[in-house]
Design a protein around this ligand. Structure first.
Ligand SMILES: NC(=O)c1ccc[n+]([C@@H]2O[C@H](COP(=O)([O-])OP(=O)(O)OC[C@H]3O[C@@H](n4cnc5c(N)ncnc54)[C@H](O)[C@@H]3O)[C@@H](O)[C@H]2O)c1
Length: 264
């Protein structure tokens, strides 16, 4: 995968999936902007990339704040000339029964996970239009594709993310800008490790047709493919990166022993 012509700004890249994407994209030759509300974490990721010979810039960014967003895109463009790929990855997520989700938590989730994507797109689209080239990738989730209990606020904003992807893909396609969503299942990261215990991971593995838990690198591979020229005729889709989990989530429990019993 050759991304040496691209400047890729990844939000929320100080840890987790965003960090893995930053490292993978830099290895593929891209200049990478590691932008996060956790500036110290972003600097560590950039130091790792630069030690390996890659090109990277750390930025302090709050995606929910328009001034911060505009300043970050301006700083990235000043350093590398332009932003050709935006990965909207930053997230603040909480889960729980519908009665227990606090209004302030919902406000923050929507501000980071949905308004933040809109603000970032507003900031990068003018430059992408001028260059007639751009890729926007929005991190969605399998909760947008299948009903997952205790995820109501998170599911609402990821469903909104996919709708936003389709609207923008329609709006921007004629300017050479592609917009897609990537929908991972549970992937080990700081966020998901906080949310699930060992039995939860085992249950996810068991319900996944490929019978494995995915890795941050699996998600990075999808990001690189859609960012690259190999993905150049793909726009407006939500790509599950889930070993078949979302496709099969509603039909669990049919195993070989059951089938063999039914044949007797
Ligand atoms: N890990 C999973 O299992 C999983 C599954 C499906 C989808 N996703 C999605 O992938 C993305 C990354 O998830 P993760 O598990 O790596 O999460 P994470 O919580 O480990 O990392 C999120 C990053 O976002 C940053 N951030 C939070 N608020 C911010 C703000 N206002 N501005 C800028 N940065 C901010 C955090 O500092 C952190 O570095 C999210 O969009 C998430 O919804 C993750």
């Amino acid at each position: 995968m050759n991304l040496s012509e691209e400047v890729i700004l990844i939000t929320g890249a100080a840890q987790g999936l965003g960090e893995a994407m930053a490292i993978a994209c830099a290895r593929a030759g891209a200049a990478v902007v590691v932008a996060d509300i956790n500036e110290e974490g972003a600097r560590k990721v950039v130091a790792d990339i630069q030690r390996g010979g890659g090109r990277a810039l750390a930025l302090s960014l709050d995606v929910a704040n328009a001034d911060s967003v505009n300043a970050s895109v301006a700083a990235a463009s000043e350093e590398f000339g332009f932003v050709s790929v935006l990965v909207n990855n930053a997230m603040f997520a909480r889960y729980g029964p519908i009665e227990e989700i606090e209004a302030e938590v919902v406000d923050r989730m929507l501000a980071v996970g949905l308004k933040g994507i809109l603000l970032m797109c507003q900031a990068v689209v003018p430059g992408m239009r001028r260059r007639k080239h751009g890729v926007i990738l929005n991190l969605s989730s399998v909760v947008s594709l299948a009903g997952v209990a205790y995820s109501s606020a998170y599911a609402a904003l990821k469903g909104g993310t996919d709708a936003l992807t389709r609207a923008l893909a329609s709006e921007l396609g004629s300017d050479g800008i592609r917009v897609n969503s990537i929908a991972p299942s549970a992937i080990p990261s700081e966020m998901s490790r906080r949310t699930m215990d060992a039995s939860g991971w085992e249950e996810r593995r068991r319900r996944t047709p490929m019978a494995v838990i995915g890795t941050p690198e699996n998600v990075s591979d999808a990001v690189m493919f859609l960012a690259s020229s190999q993905g150049k005729f793909i726009s407006g889709v939500t790509l599950p990166v889930d070993g078949g989990f979302s496709m099969a989530a509603l039909i669990p429990g049919v195993d070989l022993a059951t089938v063999q019993r039914s044949r007797r």
